[in-house]
Design a protein around this ligand. Structure first.
Ligand SMILES: [Zn+2]
Length: 66
C-alpha cells in the first residue's frame, strides 16, 4: 500500500486532496435527545460515537471513502 497518505484525503466536493478532521460528538446534546425520545435516539448516538466520519477542512462536507 503506497497510497496511504496521512493527513490528506480526496474530497469529491472540492475535487482535490484536502486535509480533514473528525467532528467531536456533542455528548451533552445527544444525551438530551436520547432523554427526549425515551431512548430511541440511543442507537444514533452510539453510531455517531463509533463512526469516525472524516470532514473536509476546506468545505466541511463529510468525506466518503471508497
Ligand atoms: Zn472539500
Amino acid at each position: 500500500m503506497t497510497s496511504d497518505k496521512k493527513g490528506s484525503c480526496y474530497c469529491e466536493h472540492c475535487r482535490k486532496d484536502v486535509s480533514w478532521h473528525i467532528n467531536p460528538v456533542n455528548h451533552g446534546g445527544q444525551l438530551v435527545l436520547t432523554l427526549c425520545t425515551f431512548g430511541l435516539w440511543l442507537p444514533m448516538w452510539l453510531a455517531m460515537t463509533f463512526s469516525k466520519t472524516k470532514f473536509c477542512d476546506v468545505c466541511n462536507q463529510s468525506i466518503t471513502e471508497e
